[in-house]
Design a binder for this molecule. Structure first.
Ligand code: 6PG
Length: 242
């Protein structure tokens, strides 16, 4: 597994680096830039940072925005990943509203997984049988999940579908998520991880510990793309000395 590992002493430094990397990839793209956003608290921090610090440098007009996963809740629910991204970032930057393609959390999950799969097939270039995103942002769950692929549904990693319905193992909340093959087909995947609670999993994955195979995150390895890890010192704390 080839990856680029970056460790930061603060979330602001991490966000600044993310802004630079993301901005240069967007600006260098010849045509549309297909982006998949993540939910979660670290992405939320970065969205706020991006909105406050880079209104003009990033060529927002080139971006098509999609999501890696959505919780099956009404649009006004605070659990909605779309709502979070809209309030923190998308409503604040000059992104073209017609280029925002949300997963409808309020719809029937099975129908929505099919609708969103078809939408992605139509809007994002298809290579190796799957849409090829320019950039997928990923958080890491404390149980090793990515997007909404949880350890109890490892079958979603190798699914031949683009999107599937997932069920959160504890809350039983339904989600619609990209599958593992779509994530590994991206040009760039950024893992953004903060906090001590995730340090054990980060270490196991990056040091190829046998336990890595238990976590969906352990399978993320773009077939023909770049993998970037952005960690704070807490998340990286168990890596030191290895
Ligand atoms: C979601 C996410 C999920 C998230 C991780 C990390 O909708 O829940 O897309 O994969 O990124 O759970 O979340 P935190 O940054 O809040 O730990």
């Amino acid at each position: 597994m080839n990856y680029d590992l970056n460790i930061f002493s603060s979330l602001d430094e991490l966000s600044e680096y993310f802004t630079e990397v993301f901005g240069s990839l967007v600006n260098a793209a010849k045509e549309k830039f297909n982006l998949a956003l993540s939910g979660g608290s670290t992405p939320k921090y970065i969205f706020n940072y991006l909105a406050a610090h880079d209104k003009t440098k990033v060529r927002w007009g080139k971006i098509n925005v999609f999501w890696g996963d959505e919780r099956c809740v009404p649009l006004i629910d605070n659990e909605s990943n779309y709502k979070m991204a809209y309030e923190t970032l998308l409503s604040k930057v000059p992104i073209i509203k017609e280029n925002i393609f949300r997963i409808k959390g309020e719809a029937n999950p099975l129908d929505e997984a099919i609708r969103y799969s078809n939408l992605l097939r139509a809007k994002v270039i298809v290579e190796n049988n799957f849409p090829r995103f320019d950039f997928i942002m990923l958080g890491l769950g404390e149980d090793g999940h990515i997007a909404s692929i949880f350890p109890n549904q490892m079958n979603l990693l190798a699914s031949d579908k683009i999107c599937q319905v997932a069920i959160h193992p504890e809350s039983k909340q339904k989600r619609v998520t990209l599958t593992g093959e779509v994530i590994n087909n991206a040009r760039n995947v950024a893992f953004i991880v903060t906090g001590k609670a995730k340090s054990k999993i980060v270490n196991e994955i990056l040091n190829k510990n046998i336990n890595a195979a238990k976590y969906p995150a352990g399978f993320i390895n773009p077939i023909d793309g770049n993998l970037i890890w952005l960690l704070d010192e807490d998340a990286a704390s168990l890596l030191k000395g290895n």
